[in-house]
Design a protein around this ligand. Structure first.
Ligand code: SAH
Length: 242
C-alpha cells in the first residue's frame, strides 16, 4: 500500500514537472510582452477595435513565435510578414478586425481556411470553444500544428486539405474566417455556415480584393463590404487559383 502511494506521488510529481516545463517554455519566450502590448495599444485599440476578448487574445498570443526566426524582431510591426512557401502572416490589425467583426462568443465553433503560421487560429482559440483550421500547403499546416500543440492550445483541430470544400464532418459552423482570397464565395462554405452565422472573406482578383462580411439570414447570405485588402489567393491542389 505504502509502495503504491509512493509510486502515485512520484507519478504526480513527474506530471507536475512536465506541465510546468510547458508553461515555462511560453513564459521564457515572452521577452516581447511589452512590445506586444504596445502593438495592441497603437495598432489595434487606437484604430477602433473594442471587443475586450479580441484585445486580450492579441495581448496573449506570442506572435513572434509564429514567424520565421529571422523575422522575429519584426513580428509586432504594423505589416504582414513572409512565413515561407510564398505565404504571409496577416498584419496584426487585419487579424483583429476580422476576428472582431465575427462577434464571437465563448461557446462558438469556428472554421478557418488557410492555417498558414497558425497565428490567427491561436487568436481565435483564446476566444471560442473550438477552432477548425485547414491548410493546403502540407509543410505549413504540419509545422503550425506542432507549434500550436507545443504552446498548449488544445482546442484547435487542424487538417491538410483544400479549404474550398470546408470541413463537412464538423459543420455547421457559427463563424467562418477565410484568410486566402477566392474570386467567388465557395459554395461548400456557404452551406456549412450556420443560420445566423457570419463569414469574413477576402473576395476578388489576385492582387487586390475586398474584405466581405456575409451573414446567413433565412438561408440567404447578406453581404457587407468592409475594406479593400490584399491576401494571397485561394488555390486548388494543382496550384491554380479559385
Ligand atoms: N491565417 C494565416 C495566414 C494565412 S496566409 C496566419 O495566421 O498565419 C493564407 C494561407 O492560405 C496560406 O498558408 C495558403 O497556403 C493557404 N491556402 C491557400 N489556398 C488554400 C486552400 N484552398 N485551402 C486551404 N488553405 C489554402
Amino acid at each position: 500500500m505504502i509502495q503504491t502511494n509512493t509510486r502515485i506521488i512520484r507519478l504526480m510529481l513527474i506530471i507536475a514537472l512536465l506541465t510546468s516545463f510547458k508553461i515555462d517554455y511560453t513564459k521564457q519566450d515572452d521577452k516581447y510582452q511589452k512590445v506586444r502590448q504596445r502593438m495592441v495599444r497603437e495598432q489595434i485599440v487606437a484604430r477602433g477595435i473594442k471587443d475586450q476578448k479580441v484585445i486580450q487574445s492579441m495581448n496573449n498570443v506570442p506572435r513572434h513565435l509564429f514567424v520565421p526566426e529571422n523575422y522575429e524582431r519584426m513580428a509586432y510591426e504594423d505589416r504582414p510578414l513572409p512565413i515561407g512557401e510564398g505565404q504571409t502572416i496577416s498584419q496584426p490589425y487585419i487579424v483583429a478586425l476580422m476576428t472582431e467583426i465575427l462577434e464571437l462568443k465563448p461557446s462558438m465553433k469556428v472554421l478557418e481556411i488557410g492555417t498558414g503560421s497558425g497565428y490567427q487560429a491561436a487568436v481565435l482559440s483564446e476566444i471560442v470553444d473550438k477552432v477548425y483550421t485547414i491548410e493546403i500547403v502540407e509543410i505549413l499546416g504540419k509545422s503550425a500544428s506542432v507549434l500550436l500543440s507545443d504552446l498548449g492550445y488544445k482546442n484547435i483541430y487542424s487538417k491538410i486539405g483544400d479549404g474550398y470544400k470546408g470541413w463537412e464532418e464538423y459543420s455547421p459552423f457559427d463563424a467562418i474566417i477565410v484568410t486566402c482570397a477566392p474570386s467567388d464565395i465557395p459554395k461548400p462554405l456557404e452551406e456549412q455556415l450556420k443560420e445566423g452565422g457570419k463569414m469574413i472573406i477576402p473576395l476578388g482578383g489576385s492582387i487586390v480584393q475586398e474584405l466581405i462580411l456575409l451573414e446567413k439570414k433565412n438561408g440567404k447570405l447578406i453581404k457587407k463590404v468592409v475594406a479593400p485588402v490584399r491576401f494571397v489567393p485561394m488555390v486548388r491542389q494543382d496550384g491554380k487559383r479559385y
